[in-house]
Design a protein around this ligand. Structure first.
Ligand SMILES: Cc1ncc(COP(=O)(O)O)c(C=O)c1O
Length: 364
């Protein structure tokens, strides 16, 4: 839809300037293999489904009432699973909303917010939205974060671990180095993909008063459709997040989402088993793609970042699409020869590999 300048006069001036985030495609094509938005290929725990059904069966009447604004049951389930105190937990409508509140609560400062040049593309969008000046620090040639670069004046730091879309994880020693060098700034570790093999910084929360760790149920818990994310930090930081949240939306998590997410956090065995399945499938997929000549960055996520020295990445993405397989392509400097491929089931990954081998990479 095209909006004319005349129609735009109704918009707030700041909104006229916005460059919103563009989510990965959610197409409605039959028999499509969707490996473009890092969703989990497996369903959530059966206990999640039961919990949602129970809300309908036993609490349908309660749907006329607002949910618990504090989502206390959910915070307790997260606290227990993460081994922290309930006062150290904040929850929001997807980690995107938690991130937005973190930007507002901590990063609107005189000094610039620091994050890598290649990372989650929502950070520049929030920076613009909140009027935050950001300084994007280049990853090194191997696409790694260089801790030394984060030792300069700043109004906050974001490290995505594992980073996206590179999939590369940073060790906790490097994260501690960054935390120690910045005692007066909040350091956010965005751990959207941490459950697929990286080390979580949640274990450092009691030690560092400037650390916020953000996680999501969208990837490792197969609940992207539910929209539940959370942050773990010391209570003085959680208090700022609650102040922002209660100035924006008091009830971000509905009754279904609370019940379902609680059930997910209570089913640790299913969670661990599903994460391991994705990790195992990732290793097989990496080996298969390397056989086809791809170079794949070392992944600790539920996706891989791959390039083929003889093939143009944009063309590969569109050829895959013609075969009903969608992967994510970013037309951005430094990464325009890479594809981000979400790990599917073994069968789905095999379809990708076979398609590449028999339809796309065949000698012409
Ligand atoms: C690094 C990173 N952080 C946060 C999110 C947001 O996740 P959600 O809002 O589904 O919790 C994503 C989603 O892709 C992500 O890649």
């Amino acid at each position: 839809m095209t909006i004319t300048a005349e129609q735009m006069r109704f918009w707030s001036p700041a909104v006229r300037e916005l460059e919103p985030y563009v989510p990965g495609e959610q197409p409605k094509i039959q028999n499509l293999l969707k490996l473009n938005t890092n969703e989990n290929p497996y369903p959530p725990s059966p206990k999640v489904v039961e919990a949602v059904q129970q809300v309908l069966l036993n609490q349908a009447d309660a749907l006329r009432l607002y949910p618990d604004p504090d989502a206390t049951a959910l915070k307790q389930a997260i606290a227990q699973q993460q081994g922290v105190d309930v006062t150290q937990v904040f929850v929001g409508n997807g980690s995107d909303e938690v991130l937005a509140h973190i930007f507002k609560a901590f990063f609107v400062q005189e000094a610039p917010l620091l994050y890598p040049d290649i990372t989650y593309s929502f950070y520049p969008v929030y920076s613009q939205f909140f009027g935050i000046q950001a300084l994007q620090l280049p990853l090194n040639e191997q696409f790694e974060i260089v801790p030394e670069d984060y030792k300069r004046p700043n109004g906050g730091i974001i490290i995505t671990n594992p980073n996206a879309p590179t999939s590369i994880a940073l060790g906790l020693d490097a994260i501690e180095e960054i935390l120690q060098a910045n005692p007066d700034s909040v350091v956010l570790i965005d751990e959207a993909y941490v459950d697929f093999g990286a080390e979580s910084a949640v274990s450092l929360v009691s030690k560092y008063e400037n650390l916020v760790v953000c996680q999501t149920t969208s990837k490792s818990r197969s609940l992207a459709g539910l929209r539940v994310g959370f942050a773990i930090a010391q209570p003085h930081l959680i208090a700022a997040l609650e102040a922002v949240k209660n100035s924006f939306n008091s009830y971000p998590i509905d009754r279904f989402a609370i019940a379902a997410a609680v059930a997910s956090f209570e089913d640790q065995a299913y969670f661990e088993q599903q994460c391991q399945k994705v990790i195992d499938s990732r290793e097989t997929l990496v080996a298969d793609l390397e056989q086809l000549g791809f170079q794949v960055l070392p992944s600790k996520a539920n996706f891989i970042f791959a390039t083929h020295p003889q093939r143009d990445a944009a063309q590969l993405a569109s050829q895959l699409r013609e075969q009903g397989i969608i992967v994510r392509y970013f037309n951005k400097p430094r990464i325009d020869q890479y594809l981000r491929i979400t790990i599917g089931t073994d069968e789905q990954n095999a379809r990708l590999v076979e398609t590449l081998k028999n339809q796309i990479l065949v000698e012409r």
